[in-house]
Design a protein around this ligand. Sequence first.
Ligand SMILES: [Zn+2]
Length: 432
Amino acid sequence: MSADDEAVELCHRLMRMDTSNYGDDSGPGERVAAEYIAELLDEVGLAVEVIEPSPGRTTLITRWEGVDPDRSALLVHAHTDVVPAEPALWSHHPFGGEIADGYLWGRGAVDMKYFAAQVLSVVRARRRSGRPPARDVVLAFLADEENAGRLGARWLVDKRPELFEGCTEAIGEVGGYSATLPTGRRLYLVESAEKGVIWFRLTTAGVAGHASMLNPRNSITELSEVVNRIGRHEFPIRLAPSTRMLFEAVAAELGEVFDPRDPAPLLKAIAPLERMVGAVLRDIASPTRLNAGYKTNVIPSTAGAEIDCRFIPGFEEQFVAELRELAGPDVQCEMIYRDNALETPFDVPLTSAMEASLAAEDPGCGVVPYLLPAGTDAKHFSRLGIACFGFAPLQLPGDFDFPAAFHGVDERVPVESVRFGARVLDTFFDLC
Ligand SMILES: [Zn+2]
């Protein structure tokens, strides 16, 4: 079986394994997928190290020796967990791995079992035919990405950093996929930056009392005003280097002038990716939880809300100051979670290798960096000084709504896209 055929087959099999991550250790865990992957690697003589910080929450690591042992290693990482799915809402069962209408349907199709399958199929084919990669490659199949890597990448970086010794660069999810411009040319977006994350808990304090009486200090009324103010606020445009490069490339392709004060109109050219890429022009603060009150005729003394904030790399301090100012002096504003932003320089030999391997399958295409509004395991690996990129190649049909597939109902990936990416990766391992 060729590597690209096997990529589809392995993706189908991995998607039939329910590795739902509920974020509270109640899911089935990643072990079933890890056992299967360990077998696939063992068949081609690659021994894995099994790491289980908690029973069933399995990560695998192996080192695939390259041609040049003197060069630093490349880390290739894929998470094997998925977010849960409600089968009743889907047109094909989320854990059926069905192939229909040219798509592989199911949870994990784009996030991100297809990449694990591509990597495995290419590594297996190359091991069988005696074609090592250009340099050592550390392969990591990780647990718990969907819960911020608590029992996966975060845990490994904190407790077992030696596993990644000698790795200077990494490739992982949400990058290397195509946007088709109105000119018909395809641009491949390689993720080279990620927004940072801060979760704030806001608490307003008032005076508790009977709901029938006058009360100018109602904590819920005050909280509503603050939440409304933050939720409707538009933060200023801030262009990360990767965002600027992306928009400059799009403008040049369209023959338009790039206006850094108002790049938003250019987003239309990369529809349907605009919902994702449009979120990187500004910091975003989204109210996501409310917690107040215990009885309809009682005004509670306090009321709380949680705000999920995503900030542009390099602007964390400014963002936090703005958010606190928006909240106002009377609101208690507590940071309950924080994760770093990252920005990796794009003009490096590894991105030239990505470009050449994409061009071998899609001559004339362009490759551009972009800032991901969300976070991936790259955040953790970047703490080890590893230069992280999202490069899990897919050539997508121009009208395919890729962002909607992430954590969405009817998540699916075009079968041809999976095959395409496997061929690109095969070339990439020669050039990396
Ligand atoms: Zn993912």
